[in-house]
Design a binder for this molecule. Structure first.
Ligand SMILES: C[S@@+](CC[C@H](N)C(=O)[O-])C[C@H]1O[C@@H](n2cnc3c(N)ncnc32)[C@H](O)[C@@H]1O
Length: 318
């Protein structure tokens, strides 16, 4: 899975679990909705495996959503801006840390999406942090310079190849982003971790209330909509996040997220299990189709993908 293009370093990204989650995609998805897209790991994986025709990519974090859009629609321009911001950090550590801080200040004033790409690539553990005012306040990783421009360009052209011409991008509350969903579509939801009651999660810009979220899922059930939710997690016997209520009649699965910090719901090295909830209409759809077979085929195409692309090919195809 890590061989798929991933230009955005985003803590909590589902890139490492995407192949496992794709196993629960029906084989007839018209539009995949990813209303809490973050780095859009599931849209990227689904596009690479031909598991959806169109993609609705949304995140409340506007510069992040705009960044995805500009990478997909203008890969050369975005790569060029990244290359020049990256090069301007210079070689010395003091100079490059000062550069990061200056870019961070500029980003907090202007919200320019391309600056966010550099900040995410260079900051500690690729982990965003926002203060109470919504300002990006993560520090640079002093040991690394961030993804080198040629690698970044390859990744940017990679997602452009996969998503251009069949994706829409927005930055709004998830409820608005999914309002047009139909029965033949699928929603993948990966909302921010809620923590213990009232705890603020500085890792994401967030506007999510548990009860409102549950009501939205209820409304989707009434409409016969297929959806998948990543929600709570477990470390040993310790549970993180509130489980979704039984009245929603969801099928709850447990995915072993391993010990990689980037693979986990909580962005911690020690979390081992993430739960995945499947809606009843989705289960019905999966039961009707031979989705297990499809899942095996996906795993094959994931393994084959890396050798079959490079930035030049993407450019030529587009
Ligand atoms: C756990 S992250 C998603 C990570 C993503 N699955 C990935 O692979 O990168 C949750 C995302 O939800 C976004 N978010 C928070 N509240 C939201 C809301 N009310 N509507 C839409 N997006 C929201 C955050 O900005 C954050 O990017």
């Amino acid at each position: 899975m890590s061989a798929l293009p991933h230009p955005i370093q985003y803590q909590g990204s589902k890139r490492h679990l995407a192949a496992r989650i794709l196993e629960y995609f029906p084989d007839d998805v018209q539009t995949l909705y990813e209303p809490f897209s973050g780095s859009a790991a599931m849209s990227i994986a689904a596009a690479a495996c031909g598991m959806a025709q169109r993609f609705v990519i949304n995140d409340l974090n506007q510069p992040l959503a705009k960044l995805l859009q500009s990478m997909v629609e203008n890969p050369q321009g975005t790569s060029d801006v990244y290359g020049s911001v990256w090069a301007a950090q210079g070689e010395g550590q003091t100079q490059s840390v000062a550069h990061f801080n200056a870019v961070r200040d500029k980003f907090n004033q202007t919200q320019e999406p391309e600056l966010l790409l550099y900040l995410l690539a260079r900051c500690i553990k690729g982990a965003v942090r926002y203060n109470r005012e919504g300002l990006f306040n993560q520090s640079p990783d002093k040991r690394r310079k961030g993804t080198r421009p040629p690698t970044m360009q390859r990744n940017i052209f990679g997602i452009s190849y996969l998503l251009k011409g069949r994706s829409s991008f927005s930055s709004m509350d998830y409820r608005l982003a999914i309002k047009d969903v139909q029965e033949h579509d699928l929603i993948y939801m990966d909302p921010p971790y809620q923590g213990v009651s009232g705890e603020r999660d500085g890792r994401y810009l967030s506007g999510l209330a548990f009860d409102v979220f549950v009501d939205s899922l209820d409304a989707l059930n009434q409409r016969g909509i297929s959806y998948i939710v990543s929600y709570d997690g477990k470390l040993g016997e310790r549970v993180y996040g509130q489980a979704l209520p039984e009245r929603l009649e969801l099928e709850r699965l447990e995915l072993d997220a391993g010990r990689s910090s980037t693979a986990t719901l909580l962005g911690r090295d020690d979390v081992t299990i993430e739960s995945l909830y499947l809606s009843k209409p989705l289960i019905k759809r999966l039961t009707k189709s031979s989705h297990r077979l499809v899942a095996t085929k996906q795993a094959d195409s994931l393994a084959l993908f890396p050798s079959s692309y490079d930035a030049e090919t993407f450019e030529a195809v587009h």
